[in-house]
Design a protein around this ligand. Structure first.
Ligand code: AGP
Length: 596
């Protein structure tokens, strides 16, 4: 949700580096984009629309300066106009600021600054920051002290980067919004996320809340609120820059769907003992949960629903809460563990729920894809899903990896009947997913139903979260109405929506009672003339009642959920593609939602 970047030390390449970095951060927001370079003066170019629009605007401009900052916006305060695009300037035009987050006391600050004679050009909360810096400079403070004084006035969440004319230093600070530094031999970067500068360096420093960074061609320094130097570890990222490219696919989402076999292998590597067939996640510390509360949003919430079922299957009480509703959840009991499932590790609702859980005395664990993320740093334990960077705004491979990781969590912390069988099924996931990717008829199913009025998804047990996820994916990238239901719930109301124009995707795996009951629900929709698309492993006779079949290999029901989801991802992808949607950057959405 908004991406910021900064670069110093690249001399006349600064602008290119910034625009390249913004293109890598565009998944965080794509309402507008802008850059500022600081030399003798501060030059700004900003534009509503995507990075391409900024590139076009830059063609007729010459920007000079050694230190640069940039921003790609997901609007929170004010519409996506040129005026509301970052960077924002003070009255003199000597201070430029980019910001990700929300300044909660901005109205109060804005009123105060306006009374003191400052004029504002945008509707944003961010614009107070350059004016606060301007005020501090007018009081005779040097640039760093002025930025520090401005930051000290802010309440809320921010990752902020500031440049001042005549100074080739970037000043930056964070509170509750991600900010990472990139360290090269003679150039330094900062960004909301590593892909922004991964093409230039693999050495990174994750800033913590309350830390302040200065970057200049001479080096970097991190300090605390009082200005005391902080010793920071320089970490090395373990993924290649190519992982953030499309590798020949039309869209990141399609590439990421196809990366699922590898993502699952990475998730399992070193955690499943090849000889004993046991799961070892002891590196996470002593988890031994007596009860678990999951908190999460969106796709991660669906993964959490699945994870809670796994634990309940193993006899551990487990509940799932939408993170934004956690305030109303019952307090965790005894030594309960509260698990935040969050791909980005930066989702404000999830972070807030985890903080609330800590206040209530619970231990916390993050199930996340992002090393160094706020969730990973703040929780007592972090289980990394190791999916690799996911750029498409719609989560695909990270959902599969979350399901795999949650299996590891339940297998590694509980005694489960049939554990060997589940482990075998997890090991088979990469090849089974590959078989689906090689043979799927999802594109022809998409072609058949691309003009349908709405889409429904049903499933039971482990397949219920898959039905919810199938519907979310369809909504996100096709902009068409889609709903997921527990199969048994359909007859309690939603059946009234079912017509010959509303295909129902039914996830039916295995041949047990769950399958039998879901087939009963399939017959109910069939009797109302709705087309039925069965996602099935062929163990039941659901095909008899289906107009179309999407096959998945036969496996354990827990692993079948991952496989069925791949088919549904592909259907949504191809429907969206046929409708010409902006698949990787759906309207109104952002990859990482850092506001509550
Ligand atoms: C998934 O396709 C969505 N973009 C969204 O629902 C996402 O899963 C949600 O915002 C949570 O994100 P997180 O996993 O980074 O916390």
């Amino acid at each position: 949700m908004c991406g910021i970047i900064g670069c110093v030390g690249r001399e006349d390449e600064t602008l290119d580096v910034l625009v390249h970095g913004l293109s890598k951060l565009e998944y965080r927001g794509y309402d507008s984009a802008g850059v500022a370079l600081s030399g003798e003066r501060v030059d700004v170019c900003k534009k509503s629309g995507k990075i391409e629009d900024l590139r076009a605007a830059l063609e007729s401009r010459t920007l000079g300066g050694a230190a640069g900052i940039g921003h790609t916006r997901w609007s929170t305060h004010g519409p996506p106009t040129d005026e509301n695009a970052h960077p924002h300037l003070d009255c003199s035009g000597d201070v430029a600021v980019v910001h990700n987050g929300i300044i909660e006391n901005y109205q109060e600050l804005r009123d105060e600054l306006a009374t003191a004679g400052h004029t504002f050009k945008s509707d944003t909360d961010t614009e107070v920051v350059p004016h606060l810096v301007e005020d501090a400079l007018a009081d005779g403070l040097d640039n760093e002290a002025a930025v520090r004084r401005a930051i000290a006035r802010l309440e809320g969440s921010y990752a902020v980067a500031v440049v001042v004319s005549g100074d080739d230093t970037i000043y930056a600070a964070r509170n509750d919004s991600p900010l990472v530094l990139g360290i090269d031999d003679d150039a330094y970067y900062l960004a909301s996320d590593v892909p922004a500068f991964r093409d230039f360096t693999d050495r990174v420093i994750y800033l913590a809340d309350g830390e302040f960074a200065t970057l200049s061609a001479d080096g970097w320094r991190v300090s605390d609120v009082d200005g005391n130097e902080v010793d920071k570890d320089v970490d090395t990222v373990d993924w290649d820059p190519e992982e953030t490219g499309k590798s020949g696919y039309d869209h990141f989402m399609l590439k990421e769907i196809h990366e699922q076999p590898r993502a699952i292998r990475q998730c399992l590597r070193g955690r499943v003992d090849e000889l004993s067939g046991e799961v070892d996640i002891s590196d996470l510390g002593d988890l031994s949960p007596t009860g678990v509360q999951f908190v999460a949003c969106g796709t991660s919430y669906h993964a959490a629903l699945y994870g809670a079922q796994l634990l309940r299957d193993a006899g551990i009480p487990a509940q799932t809460f939408l993170a934004s509703e956690y305030a109303t959840a019952p307090p965790p009991i005894g030594d309960a563990l509260v698990v935040g499932v969050t791909q980005s590790g930066e989702t404000a609702d999830t972070l807030s729920a985890l903080r609330e859980a800590r206040k209530r005395g619970a231990r916390t664990m993050a199930v996340t894809n992002t090393v160094g993320s706020t969730a990973a740093r703040e929780c007592d334990h972090a289980l990394y899903i190791r999916a690799g960077p996911e750029i498409g705004v719609a989560a695909s491979k990270t959902f599969a990896s979350q399901l795999a990781a949650l299996n590891l969590f339940s297998l590694g912390t509980t005694r489960i009947d049939g554990a060997r069988e589940i482990i075998g099924a997890l090991r088979d996931l990469p090849s089974n997913i590959q078989a689906i990717l090689d043979d799927s008829n999802a594109e022809s199913v998409a072609e058949t139903y691309v003009d349908s009025g709405a889409y429904f998804f049903i499933g039971r047990g482990h397949q219920y979260p898959v039905a919810l996820e199938g519907a979310l994916k369809m909504k996100e990238i096709t902009y068409k109405h889609a709903e997921g239901f527990a199969a048994g719930e359909l007859k309690h109301g939603p059946l009234a929506l079912v017509t010959e124009d509303t295909p129902v995707f039914a996830v039916v795996t295995g041949d047990g009672e769950m399958a039998r009951k879901t087939i009963g629900n399939v017959k109910e929709v069939e009797a109302r003339d709705a087309p039925v698309v069965a996602v099935t492993d062929g163990q039941s006779d659901v095909e008899r009642y289906a107009d179309e079949v999407l096959e998945v290999p036969e496996t354990h029901p827990q692993a079948a959920a991952v496989l069925a989801n791949v088919q549904l991802q592909l259907v949504s992808y191809y429907v969206a593609d046929k409708l010409g949607r902006s698949i990787d950057k759906p309207r109104n959405l952002a990859k990482s939602v850092t506001v509550e």
